[in-house]
Design a protein around this ligand. Sequence first.
Ligand SMILES: [Ca+2]
Ligand SMILES: [Ca+2]
Length: 211
Amino acid sequence: MKNFLASIAFVLIAFNADPAAAINIAGINFDENAFADELVSYTGSFNTWSGQLEEALTDKNAASFAYSWSPGSFVQLQFTDNKVVNGDGDDLALFELNVPDSFAIYLTPDGKSITGKTVYTGLKIDGRSLNIATFDLSDFGLNPGEMITELYISTELNTLTTAPSLSLVGAINSSSIPEPEMPSLFGLLLLILVFSHHRKQNKLYQALQNH
Ligand SMILES: [Ca+2]
Ligand SMILES: [Ca+2]
């Protein structure tokens, strides 16, 4: 019985502890799972500072980045364990390195495009300036509390000689998507607990009858 209670307590702690963890980047607190999770599609030829394109854009590491010299280049990113919420003020942050550039983002292929110029955060990573551009989902026509799980980021050349070098995409206002495995595991433990309790009662009943 004690073991069952301990297991349930452990599951509850494990289930609740995760979203509370925070990653602070340049003064902004992000939930641990607040960053974009998957590269859905892209157009153009990309260079990465390290690793594959998807890894560079979804690894939570501001030091790894990707850029493209191809005209019309963009990346389509998806959030799978969290959603970006239209909360108070700016909801989404894009980080890039070196010379400040501009990103245009849009929520659907033909949707409204909004351009944000990045500014230096005051933080240097591996000797490179870390720059940030933030976006408010209200500017795309979303209502307060509305959420998105996907976006397109144009990584077009800003001038003849500079391209934005995207390193991180994070939700400032983020909502966790609960993992489906956890509640079912919790349910299974409850079932075992009830079954075990029932069996003990049966044994007690039989013991009383035998006397
Ligand atoms: Ca995420
Ligand atoms: Ca907002």
